[in-house]
Design a protein around this ligand. Sequence first.
Ligand code: CP3
Length: 348
Amino acid sequence: MKNDRFLRALRCEPVDCTPVWLMRQAGRYLPEYRATRAQAGSFMALCTNPELACEVTLQPLRRFALDAAILFSDILTVPDAMGLGLHFAEGEGPKFRNPVRSAADIDRLGQPDPEGELRYVMDAVRTIRRELDGRVPLIGFAGSPWTLACYMVQGEGSANFPLPKAMLWNEPQQMHRLLDIVARSVASYLAAQAAAGAQALMVFDTWGGLLAPAQFQEFSLRYLGQIVAELKADPRAREVPVILFSKGANGHLPGLAATGCNGLGVDWTMDLSSARALVGPHIALQGNLDPAALQASPEAIRREVARVLASHGKNPGHIFNLGHGITPDVKPEHVAALVEAVHELSQA
Ligand code: CP3
């Protein structure tokens, strides 16, 4: 590995400067991404073509000195492989043709075979590892059971996901059946990504913050813990560090840390110094610049980078990232300013 800063920081080992990668670093803010997506014809055509998925994974690394690559795919490939029929209507978010609304719908769900229905993802991982040739580590990922259940029950994106929320109060045992099969599917999918070459694994719990504390414990955290436990018991994944990111749930960092994961994502609503005080020194923290700061001038971005770095301090275990994904309206020059500032301002 030519650049192992990201993996060292994830193990809380000393680094020459703070590693940085960005959620949605491959995406519509890059003109070359838009060109490859147009060539593929659609977002799903891009995801299911390992050569093109590899190409868009590498695009941001050609422009910026990023310290990790993230597999180009989507969290919704797993419910798609479970038979829900994912599609993206132009200009709208994701939608499922067959949402999960009843006990019978849950009965019909099967656990997908990562080297079967999801082989295109494993092929993308293998292709990207070969093309990266050890330059930087490759991060694999999946959605959390609760976040996937939100889309599976609602059938599309939503601000507050009323249908899955109604299900967790009206039919908690059905929601648990759904979360359990999704958790087992996600754990096997992540272990297969590790076997295919992913060098770190991240679980996105984008909608964990919608839940009140008791429901977060019961419907999100419990299944995140199940996934970490399964990965740590699987010889294919045991040595591969796991990062959990529950957005809007910074207050639950101690519970998330207790799952035995190696790193935690932190959104921008809590300073890293407070997050560190909650979890102690033995777990890496990843974050947490407000993605909207990328709208500001390069000078302002540099000042905000300095503030985030200072909030964590020089102690090991910080991976710089945004508190959520880059939005399509960001200028690539502003991303360049961010990456440069992280490396320059954090030199040991
Ligand atoms: O970070 C990366 O560069 C890797 C690729 C990646 C994508 N989606 C590509 C993508 C990752 C890690 C994801 C995760 C994902 N997908 C999450 C969790 C992280 C988060 O953002 O909260 C969620 C909730 C999804 C579901 C999803 N996929 C939505 C809601 C949308 C539509 C919203 C949007 O940004 O348009 C997608 C589509 C999607 N996934 C795009 C990309 C680059 C845009 C598709 C396009 O090219 O039109």
